[in-house]
Structures are given as C-alpha cells and as structure tokens.
Design a binder for this molecule. Sequence first.
Ligand code: PRT
Ligand code: ZN
Length: 284
Amino acid sequence: MIRIAIQSKGRLNEESVELLRDAGVTIDEQKRKFLGRAANYPLEVLYLRDDDIPEVVADGSADIGIVGLNEVAETGADVTVVRRLGFGRCRISLAVPKSQQVDSQLAWFNGKTIATSYPNILRRFFDERGISASIRVIKGSVEIAPAAGIADAIFDIVSSGGTLISNGLVEVERVFESEAVLIAGPNLTAEKQALLDSLLFRIDAVSDSRGKKYILMNLPSDRIDEAIRILPALRSPTVMPLAAEGWCSLHSVVADIDLWDKVEKLKALGAEGILVLQLDKVIE
Ligand code: PRT
Ligand code: ZN
C-alpha cells in the first residue's frame, strides 16, 4: 500500500484526481473523507491543505504527494521532486503600485516593506541579490497590502496577471516559476518504491500523450516517402495498402502545435480522408 497526499480543495485538487484517474487509479469522490482508498490500486489518498503536504510527505505520514513546487521551496521539506506535472503553472513575483517609479530595478526594494505568504523564498532571493528589505508575512489577500498602507510592495503568486491589474499593481520581477509536482519522501520501503515506480510508468504514458494527436489518412502510394518526412512517428509511421490500386493508409502521431501545418503539407501531397483522433496514452 502507498499513501498519496493531495490538496483537499483548491486549484490543484481536480487535476490531481484527474491525473490519478488517467493513470488508472479510481478514487470515489462521492465517498471522499479525510482518508480515501482507491478502488483498483493499492493506494490511499490523504486530503490536506496544500501548505501541509511537503512536511507530511517528509515525515512519512504520506509516502508521496502532489503539490505546487512553490510550497516545496517555501517549506524546505526533505522531499524529492520525482516529476513535474505540467499543471498549476504560476510564478511568484515582486509587484509594486503602478504609481511607483522603479527604474533602478531591485535596488528600489532596499529599506522597503514587502507583504508575502512566501517569506523564505523571498528572503533567499533578497540575500542572493544583496537587498535589505523588511518582509511582512500575510496569509491571504496579499494584493491589498500596498493600498491598505501596510506594505510598499508585494511578493505573490501570479498566473494571468488579472489580480495585479485590478489592484493597481505592476509586476517588476519574476522570482520563482512553479507548477504542480509529484514528491516522494526520503525513506520509502522497497514495496512502496515498486508501487511508486509503477505509478510513474503510468503517469509518464499519460504525460507523453498530452499535446499530441493520432492522425491517419489515405495517400497515393508514390507520395509515401515525402509524407514520412513530414510525419516522424514514435518509431516510424504505419503504412498499410488499401484495396484501391495505388493508394495506402498512413498512421502517425503528431504534436498539436504542428498539426495544421502538417495537415496542409499532407493535403498538398494528395492526402485524403484525414482523421485526427484523441490520444489517450503513449507507452514507448
Ligand atoms: O486551502 P489550501 O491551503 O489547500 O489552498 P490555497 O488557497 O493555499 O491554495 P490554492 O488552491 O489557491 O493554490 C494551490 C496552488 O496552486 C498554489 O500553491 C500554486 O502552486 C498553484 N497556483 C496556480 C496558484 C495560482 N495558479 C494562482 N493564480 N495559486 C494561487 N493563485 C492566486 C494568487 O494567490 C493570486 O491571488 O491567484 C491570484 C493571481 O491569479 P491571476 O490569474 O489573477 O494572476
Ligand atoms: Zn494553502
């Protein structure tokens, strides 16, 4: 049995549950309590506040966890980041009221008071850059601190930037880039390590399929070589003859970002009946 800690509610909860489900681990969200049990994998789920996850994994109360890298860095917990998961992306930035002139960049922060929920990350950053500022810890609604007169600037999570704009703040320095990560504790038994490895194998298959599509089409047989140059696949594209003389069917995998460009080139080669399908898992 392996125990995973995930966020009980909030921005990372849904995608954490979804990732486990895509990896074939079903948790009954209807019956969910503080501690749940997967129906089809030897896995327990501990639902916690994100702030508590790194420490709980470090002390062995949970074996692994899904949490923002920002929380791992802030707590300094003794855990290993085993995978970056690609969701929950954000940054922690320094921002100032837009009326402030901050031309000399970081030197401006000397002697100022900065409100944040991430004092350790900020302290390390200021120490590295030789800035001497006063850090004021505020849990929640950090963005109102300058207008409320309790700080000169803030150091807070930004994703779209909308919160900064609606509070009259301007981002002046991106300090820390974050995303959800899978972490593991320091002393996993051989049994738990084996369960983690099998989970990682599944998670990698899910991640490898993200941002890709399965594409198939009919193509004149004499254009196959050119088509293969457009469509490098996992090993090489699959080519199958069609009943119609001089035609074949070509199957491959293509990155979303290149999809339309490649479709246009394939059409120019004479491809017909192009189908683009959702890809669920890629197991290499
Ligand atoms: O209850 P619990 O303690 O578990 O949750 P929480 O309220 O502390 O955290 P939650 O659910 O808000 O965020 C969990 C994790 O999501 C964070 O630790 C980050 O790793 C990640 N994440 C990604 C974000 C954001 N994007 C985000 N935009 N966390 C917070 N925000 C907030 C930010 O604090 C600011 O108020 O959203 C606002 C800024 O967003 P924009 O889009 O306006 O820039
Ligand atoms: Zn939190």
